[in-house]
Write a protein that binds this ligand. Sequence first.
Ligand SMILES: [Cu+2]
Length: 481
Amino acid sequence: MEVDRLIIAVSETYDVVVTIPENKSYEFLVTPEDRTKYASLWLGSGEKVAATKMKRPKYFAGMKMMNDMMDMKGNLIEMEGMVMQNQIMDMNTVMYPEITGEEKSKKEIKKKAASDTLSMQLPNNKSMQGMNMEAETADIVTLNYTMLKSPVKTSLPKDAPVKELKFNLTGNMNRYVWSLDNKVVSESDKILIKKGENIRIILYNNSMMRHPMHLHGHDFRLLNGQGEYAPMKNIIDIMPMEKDTLEFNANVYGDWFFHCHILYHMMSGMGRVFTYENQPDNPEIPNPKLAQRKLFADDRKFHLMGRLGIESNGSDGEAMIANTRWKINTLWHLGYHDMHGYESETMVGRYLGRMQWWFPYIGFDYHYKMEGGPKNIFGSEENNWFGQKSNKNDRKTVVAGIAYTLPMLFVADARIDGDGKFRFQLGREDIPVSSRLRFNMMINTDKEYMAGFRYIATKYISLSSHYDSDMGLGVGLTLTY
Ligand SMILES: [Cu+2]
């Protein structure tokens, strides 16, 4: 294929032949997909011909389009006039300035995305951003999978039995958990196949990210509309909301990993192991049980996150360790100066469901508030909003509750404590106001409220300010890990 550029997924390989005219030196430019950095190689000698530098992608426009097209379960919402089977939903269509132009109204972009989707129902639904680019900018040809064609026939053995498998690529962007059919590697069994079978895998990307899915041990045919000349690959970079079909003949004994090749997706559990029925022992794996335990250890790992605010009115912070399903969380407020009080809440809970919106938990609360402090804008704090006598000023109690993530990532949290007091809380963290400015807010039925801003100075350090119904106004630093 003759192209001007190609997008290469993580671990994908291409052979590229570059032809340079005489007495010219051309720039061969490489950028990451976000185009924040680049590297270039000058090929040939003579008059220099620079590559066109690429504008930053309109990342938020792309994300917003995806958001608009998904319901709360992460499934595609059928839009009017759209035939959704074998659809290709491509957020790259709205992301790249060279496709959409500099300043198009959101409405126009959405309309365009919808019409592209309609026009792109190919026999085997393979399309990449290149399709759109070709249509829009005739001078730049970008490689897409439909262009790939094997020079020889790649058909599988005709009379072999067919085993068809379907996988949904699933995950949670907010918690950064990745899985297949909402199961990580350690939660699923090996997939048993028989030698001689033709294995057909249908992948549906039900997430908002691309996943370069990689199969070990075999090359597969990518059904891209080229019939008997379907290209052989071992990576398929699957776009958000896209469906792909691949097939291979099971002809090599072994336990073969099939996984997303973005390594932190793989480590979090996005994969499966294929194994053969009645296969001989593998001398390279003397202890299969141990090997499996090591593989499973990856996605069972816990990670640590923390935030510490040091402001003029006090200190507040939060620490948590979490893995795919579980989270242990502790947060504290500590007022100094005129000592308005201190409190800590600690809980352990488990995220439920594919989208992990539900989080039931149990924990322990410790609140102590001294007289004084700022005046509550909602009046007396003696009773909470349910008319129950408030115990928020002096409370040592167990709690049980459930948190639910609402649209726009607001978290609703209802709980009851050991004194029979009910509390409902609504909050949201990290609302992006600009690329570096974040807004946080919280209000609950104990008449506690908080609102604050955080300006991200470096990866770990922010300048912050917040107002808190117990501690008043503070200004200072927030450290995040
Ligand atoms: Cu992935």
